[in-house]
Design a binder for this molecule. Sequence first.
Ligand code: GLC
Length: 443
Amino acid sequence: MDIDNLQSLALPEEKKAWFVHDRFGMFVHWGLYALPARHEWVKSREELNDADYQKYFDHFDPDLYDPREWARRAKAAGMKYVVLTTKHHEGFCLWDTQATDFKVTNTPYGKDLLRPFVDAFRAEGLRIGFYYSLIDWHHPDFTVDPRHPQRNHPDALKINEGRDISRYAAFMREQVRELLTEFGQIDIMWFDFSYPQWKLGELVGKGHQDWESEKLVRLVRELAPDIIINNRLDLAGLQPDIVTPEQYMPRARPLRDGKRVVWEACHTLSGSWGYHRDEDTWKSTEQLVQMLVGTVAMGGNLLMNVGPTARGTLDHRAIAALAAYEEWMALHERSIVGCSQSDFTAPADCRLTQNGDRLYIHLFNWPYRHLHFDALASKIEYAQFLHDGSEVTWLRPSANTLWANTQFPVGADQLTFVLPVRRPQIVVPVIEVKLTAGSAPGI
Ligand code: GLC
């Protein structure tokens, strides 16, 4: 593989500016697995074969599907882009593809789901991303591997003899061509995922050789030169456009070769991506908001997932979670969108974001009256709470000899915000600081 040449397929940084600016997106996992409603991996977990799984195809009829409602809720929550599973690991396609019969138009629902989805989200001003599963547990040429539903079949190796993964790779290219030519401008291509290191007996996982990843990336670039491609194609020679840690909060901004990378954390509202009726680890309002803030404070994006039901609705728990974002973002969008990490050092229990000369201090915990901040004393012009625009005053203990409370020396550059004793009724209160001209550190 020609590494230099491969690297030329990476998207230039300036083409990712919209993504870095927008910060918050909605992930949507929807497919036949909404019917069993016990995780999108149900076919693999329960080792179901195609005949077992057929009943979900035969009963797929999301009669209440209204993507305009989903789009309205996403927009209200402050989300700026959406990534939808056009095909997940089960192999079921949400659009009227010509490459397989295993598609929505052949179910009782009988209609394409993708075009109305794309139109609805575009109408609300969100950018569109397509998730496309590299894994396919339905395709006849997809070989049985360590996570395949038939991995424990006594004839697994024999089944594989009749399969040709390169035909499957060509099928994927055909589908990707449809996705990138029939739905207008698509801004993100989200491939999922590679696992060459996995082994089970003689079965091995899959990576770039199976997917023919390089050809796939070349095709995507040819069809959509400005699209963002994620990093799950197992292409070591290609600096990915974005890095996508999953259900994992790093403690600092991810680096690659010492350089900051563009990254997007993806998370679930509860413990499953697909609709899971009985799963109950729904995150609290506080966690949801803190995860968004914490990610942007490390220079990342958050892609937060919903798993619609088999009738095409958002479950009431998902609606409540989106409403929690809506309530907070209505007043605090300014500290998220257009922001990145700050080079100031955050006080204890705080997360900082910054947009030019605006510094945002997010208080995860409410201290008693004083919030001490280093290296800010000579750089601050004004401070206010973001939720109500009320002034936040400050002291400079070292400069103010009349202020007798301290009674011991404090650092010359220390500034101390004076907070109300009681925390405002806001899940994560934010102090917005206007920095003096020319004092914003580079971010
Ligand atoms: C994993 C899972 C999958 C989910 C994805 C989202 O790779 O296989 O179900 O779609 O993560 O990042």
